[in-house]
Design a protein around this ligand. Structure first.
Ligand SMILES: [Zn+2]
Length: 271
């Protein structure tokens, strides 16, 4: 339906994809459900989720980027970190650029960023009981200031959105390399065995965090390459590559940082 598909990666944990490299996760307990992210909002995500669980889910955004909040308009209420609320205005202002680069009509995206009445702030430390499954909200700043993860102790699982990644994206103006370092360090002490991310369809073992941390050691010490974020070409920075192909997944492992964090002057404006 609508290009949407899912895989139940663990009991009650449905990783839903839109066929365009974006994923959200539905947690379904015996008394309630959480939908973590709404991807780009393509297709009828609300009906799709209703078909998987009998509950109207509590919708939580991992962070306020367009490929995570796109389906918010399909739900009456959504929760995100207060620290990411300013990104709603940024997202709205970037829609014309995205329309051009993605060659898509993004008018449907306007309410996601413009209608603040459906958004409620969610604080780290909040614990949500779904019956047999609990989700604890934890702060994972770095990619954005208000990135939120969900820890599910019954599955020894962390949902992390874009907050950590084999291709960590820290070139956004709202990103903080220092916060990302602290988040990776903090996660060492958090009890979980696996994590799910918003642009990968498989479970990562916690041990992969060590590889992500190794990327930090490359910054300023190894050659990097210029990177332009093609959806919004005014954004970009430098890419440091740890491994062109991870032996387990074949994925590139590296880190994208701002020019200033790479010890470089800002890129010259072209044309
Ligand atoms: Zn993001």
């Amino acid at each position: 339906m609508d290009g949407l598909s899912h895989r139940e990666v663990m009991e009650g944990v449905f990783h839903i994809g839109d066929g365009r490299g974006n994923f959200c996760t539905l947690l379904a307990g015996t008394t309630g459900a959480i939908l973590y992210d709404t991807m780009m909002g393509l297709g009828d995500l609300r009906s799709y989720v209703a078909g998987l669980t009998g509950f109207v889910p509590m919708v939580i955004n991992s962070h306020c980027h367009f490929d995570h909040v796109g389906g918010n308009r399909q739900f009456d209420r959504v929760y995100m970190s207060e620290a990411d609320l300013p990104l709603m205005d940024v997202g709205l202002s970037e829609l014309p650029i995205l329309e051009e680069t993605q060659r898509m009509d993004f008018s449907y995206m306007v309410p996601n960023f413009a209608d603040k009445s459906r958004v409620r702030p969610l604080s780290p430390g909040t614990v949500i009981d779904l019956g047999g499954l609990t989700a604890e909200v934890i702060a994972l700043p770095g990619h954005t200031p208000g990135s939120l993860g969900l820890l599910i102790p019954e599955r020894s699982l962390l949902l992390a959105g874009d907050a950590i990644s084999p291709q960590a994206c820290l070139f956004f103006p709202e990103s903080s390399l220092e916060d990302y370092k602290k988040t990776l360090e903090m996660l060492k002490g958090v009890p979980f065995d696996h994590f799910l991310l918003a642009h990968f369809d498989y479970l990562f073992p916690k041990a992969k965090l060590d590889r992500f941390a190794q990327c930090l050691d490359l910054i300023g010490k190894k050659r990097s390459q210029e990177y332009v974020f093609y959806p919004i070409p005014t954004l970009g920075g430098r890419l440091f590559v740890l491994d062109l192909a991870d032996p387990d997944t074949g994925e590139l492992v590296g880190i994208f940082v701002k020019n200033a964090d790479a010890g470089r002057p800002p890129a010259k404006k072209r044309g």
